[in-house]
Design a protein around this ligand. Structure first.
Ligand code: FEO
Length: 404
């Protein structure tokens, strides 16, 4: 049976939620599920904005059929070709043979890569700021390459001042009956998942995300309709201001994320002592055992906090395996503008600290503290003093306002 949501008098949400997906993109756990959003505009012409993942195809089909009633579909706007939004294009193409496909030239090429139907004969290729009149509404197409794939575009409905924003402003998490961000306690229950979504999915492309924000600044946007998560119709600055920080790799909060890799608990002990010293100075801390917590959670936290500390034992003459994966992931996600402390452990030949420093040197504008705290097996009085110094140094940079 259909399950649709009314957004405005002539705009309907026809997406669906998936709570059975174990790993989004095969990598990111989604314990709260995920929504695949798709929208139908019922103007003089009918317009479908993107499709959904094949996992929720049945509900999507029921929703579209219900919303269109006896009308046909005139346009399918394809903003993003990642299969979580494009898996059902073939169904739409077959079911509505007169529907025109509105997309960028790059999207057309990808449609042909993914599908075999004759896309050329029914495509309407659009460029930056091209428009399409559908009756009362005028749709303006705006390219947003690499937010998150190169073919991405977003669509501004000038009548409703609505931005169909593709992956931008999306979030992990099923909608649980709501559709608007103001229906839930977003900051408390969803902002962490919005950050985790941004940091991991789009985080590498900060410059491109900032470019989209710049383009948006010339538009009067009153509503955001992303492809995942909630529709924003109130307090849009809550999420847009976060995107401004995240896309610039600027931290949200003063505080220290401490990620540690510890085989027998001695490196963890050093991390715990550091966290304790920092708290005594009134500094917020968040700790992760990188062997326990998924990297996506830690990447997300790294986008939040101003200071990062990595503590790792030495393993196979290098960085411990889970920490090595985390550091590699962070470098891939372009983390920047942070103060970083490093603690290493090695019972006979510690190398992990130097190797962490070497890997992080690829990132822009990281203030990596000169002193790597070196532990030989267990924390001794000498390292206690060094941990105190690291805590003092971090506290001083926070108090000096160097970060964020
Ligand atoms: Fe939700 Fe980049 O796809």
């Amino acid at each position: 049976m259909h399950c649709v949501k009314k957004i405005t008098d002539d705009l309907m949400w026809v997406g669906a939620n998936d709570r059975r997906l174990a790993m989004f993109e095969g990598v990111y756990s989604v314990p709260g599920g995920v929504s695949y959003n798709s929208y139908v505009l019922l103007d003089e012409k009918t317009v479908l904005f993107d499709t959904v993942d094949k996992a929720v195809r049945q509900r999507f089909v029921e929703n579209i059929t219900h919303v269109l009633e006896n009308r046909t579909l005139d346009y399918l706007v394809v903003q993003h070709m990642e299969p979580d939004h494009s898996d059902t294009i073939q169904y739409i193409a077959d079911t509505y043979p007169d529907a025109k496909i509105v997309c960028s030239a790059k999207t057309l090429a990808m449609i042909k890569q993914f599908y075999d139907f004759d896309a050329d004969s029914r495509v309407l290729v659009v460029k930056e700021n091209d428009t399409l009149d559908t009756g009362k509404h005028t749709l303006q197409f705006i390219m947003a390459p690499m937010v998150h794939w190169p073919e991405v575009m977003v669509t501004y409905d000038r009548a409703n001042k609505t931005l169909f924003s593709a992956d931008a402003f999306g979030s992990f998490g099923a909608l649980n009956g709501a559709i608007f961000a103001d229906e839930v306690d977003y900051n408390k229950d969803y902002m962490d998942e919005a950050r985790r979504y941004y940091a991991n999915i789009v985080g590498k492309y900060g410059a491109q995300s900032a470019e989209l924000l710049k383009k948006m600044s010339s538009l009067d946007v009153k509503m955001l309709c992303p492809l995942h998560g909630f529709v924003w119709r109130k307090n849009l600055t809550d999420i847009i201001s976060k995107y401004a920080l995240w896309s610039a790799y600027e931290p949200e909060d003063h505080g220290v994320m401490i990620a540690y890799a510890s085989v027998y608990g001695n490196t963890e002990n050093a991390a715990e002592i550091l966290a304790s010293r920092l708290r005594e100075k009134g500094i917020k801390t968040q700790m992760f055992d990188v062997s326990v917590t998924a990297a996506s959670e830690i990447i997300s936290a790294a986008f939040r906090w101003s200071h990062l500390v990595f503590a790792s034992t030495t393993y196979n003459a290098g960085i411990f395996v889970t920490m090595e994966a985390l550091i590699s992931d962070l470098v891939s996600h372009n983390i920047q503008n942070r103060t970083v402390g490093i603690i290493e452990n090695g019972s006979w030949a510690a190398t992990s600290g130097g190797q962490i420093r070497e890997r992080l040197a690829k990132c822009k504008n990281l203030n990596i503290l000169d002193k790597i705290i070196n532990i030989k097996s267990g924390v001794k009085a000498e390292q206690l003093l060094e941990i105190d110094v690291m805590a003092d140094t971090i506290a001083a940079t926070i108090k000096q306002g160097e970060n964020p």
